[in-house]
Design a protein around this ligand. Structure first.
Ligand code: ADP
Ligand code: MG
Length: 255
């Protein structure tokens, strides 16, 4: 059975999508079969992996709202072994449409059950909010990976995030745990980076990955080519750190 990891932080622009794509591709490089589920109406994970809108027949919206089986939404990416369930702007209405529905918090979990046996890892790229889509991800997953941007106020909002985790643990998913906390967009040239690193480690202790993701231009260029960093520039620092992260994740799962 595949391990389901949600990548979440209700702040936008902290590296959720970049990490979803590049951790996903790196895990595949290390021999894993990976499904990435895009649950952000921005569809950045979808476009970042080169999926054209015209190629999308069904998407995560149809799974959550129209009971389309998740298998009918899966698209292979150009990176063999990495598949995606795409999202489009249509998903922006889903939170409101889910609200009056039966089993509204467990719809993603129920859908994922069908494909858990087909993958080693299923990564869920969450939207920048703690609404019903993120609750669905937390209910469906085994653990949460929290990217934290190495910036002022890095820890801001994380207590709300952890409160949401507690609520989901209580009502829907007792086994839910924190997979790890990842420092992103680290700039070694500033004191700020070091300060944030220290602060985050004081707060999350061993949950923080040894691997730190630096700012790397190649990482920001890759999505406009529809490629993961592994395919765009395997020799870049960005590729090396995401491969190192993937090794840490595998080790944490005894692989
Ligand atoms: P989120 O999904 O949390 O909103 P993204 O992964 O989309 O965040 O990242 C926000 C922006 O920062 C994107 O334009 C992305 O390309 C860029 N970015 C993310 N991580 C890095 C990095 N390590 N180095 C340089 N740019 C990055
Ligand atoms: Mg995103």
């Amino acid at each position: 059975m595949g391990t389901v990891i949600a990548l979440a932080n209700q702040k936008g622009g902290v590296g959720k999508t970049t990490t979803s794509i590049n951790l996903g591709a790196s895990l595949v490089e290390l021999g894993q079969k990976v499904l990435l589920i895009d649950t952000d109406a921005q569809g950045n994970a979808t476009s970042g992996l080169g999926i054209q809108k015209s190629a999308i027949e069904n998407e995560i919206y149809d799974v959550l709202i129209n009971d389309v089986p998740i298998k009918e939404t899966i698209i292979p990416t150009s990176h063999k072994g990495l598949d995606i369930v795409p999202a489009t702007i249509q998903l922006s209405g889903a939170e409101i449409e889910l609200t009056p529905m039966m089993a509204r918090e467990t719809r993603l979990r129920d859908a994922i059950d069908d494909v858990k046996g087909d993958y080693d890892f299923i990564l869920i790229d969450c939207p920048p909010s703690l609404g019903l889509l993120t609750i669905n991800a937390f209910t469906a997953c085994d653990s949460i990976l929290i990217p934290v941007q190495s910036e002022y106020y890095a820890l801001e909002g994380l207590s709300q995030l952890l409160n949401t985790v507690k609520l989901v643990q209580k009502h829907f998913n007792k086994q839910l745990r924190i997979e790890g906390v990842l420092l992103t967009m680290y700039d070694a040239r500033t004191n700020l980076g070091a300060q944030v690193n220290e602060e985050v480690r004081k707060y999350f202790k061993d949950a923080v990955y040894k691997t730190i993701i630096p700012r790397n231009v190649r990482l920001s260029e890759a999505p406009s080519h529809g490629l993961s960093i592994v395919d765009y520039d395997i020799r870049s620092k960005g590729a090396q750190v995401y491969l190192a992260l993937a090794k840490e994740v595998l080790a944490a799962h005894g692989k």
